[in-house]
Design a protein around this ligand. Structure first.
Ligand SMILES: Cc1cc2nc3c(=O)[nH]c(=O)nc-3n(C[C@H](O)[C@H](O)[C@H](O)COP(=O)(O)O)c2cc1C
Length: 180
């Protein structure tokens, strides 16, 4: 049986500094993991990009490809956008492609590829009217949105986030289920 391929695409919320844990967990579950980061997330992880590439065995993707440039990643079976910032959630829902992460998610929706989004927002961001609208748009488009207990991210009060406790395992559980 060929290895299943997980595109793990992260935007700039503090749990991204623990992406290596999620990668190791996914690999232990039998996924070949390819890591993509928004430019801001990549800036935060600048001193670890080569370590993360080595861990996955694939280059970390950050930028849009140039015309004619081909991807060195294997085709993905499931895409996880996690942690998904307010900015990235809204961009995808509005069909905006300011980053490669958002662009890939928009394409995945159009192509009906399996797509899972787990936000990471505090309760202030969560009450912005566009956030709820964006989650509804994504769900209506067939995206699996992991938000709220018991199977998704629960927002924290501003300044009370515990990035080390971000529930990556819920996203990986959903990826496992979507491939089962
Ligand atoms: C220390 C710090 C923590 C942040 N935490 C969050 C967060 O948990 N959720 C969120 O939506 N944005 C958070 N932001 C804001 C995003 O990083 C910012 O909106 C950024 O433009 C998102 O870009 P991206 O979606 O392309 O990664 C944080 C910013 C900083 C500096």
């Amino acid at each position: 049986m060929s290895t299943r391929v997980l595109y793990l695409l992260a935007s700039a919320a503090p749990p991204v500094q623990y992406a290596d844990r999620a990668i190791r967990d996914a690999q232990a579950r039998g996924w070949d993991v390819c890591l993509g980061l928004s430019p801001t997330a990549a800036e935060w992880a600048a001193d670890r990009l080569s370590e993360l590439a080595e861990l996955t065995g694939h280059p970390v993707r950050v930028a849009h490809r140039a015309p004619g440039e081909t991807s060195t990643w294997p085709p993905g079976d499931v895409t996880l956008i996690t942690p998904a910032t307010l900015n990235t959630v809204n961009a995808i829902a509005l069909g905006l492609t300011p980053t490669w992460v958002a662009a890939h998610a928009c394409e995945a929706i159009g192509k009906r590829w399996p797509l899972i989004v787990m936000p990471c927002v505090n309760s202030a961001y969560a009450t912005h009217p566009q956030f709820g609208r964006s989650l509804n748009v994504l769900r209506e488009a067939g995206v699996r949105v992991l938000y709220g207990a018991p199977d998704g991210f629960v927002p924290n009060e501003p300044g009370q986030g515990r990035p080390e406790a971000y529930p990556w395992h819920l996203a990986l559980d959903a990826a496992d289920r979507s491939w089962a």
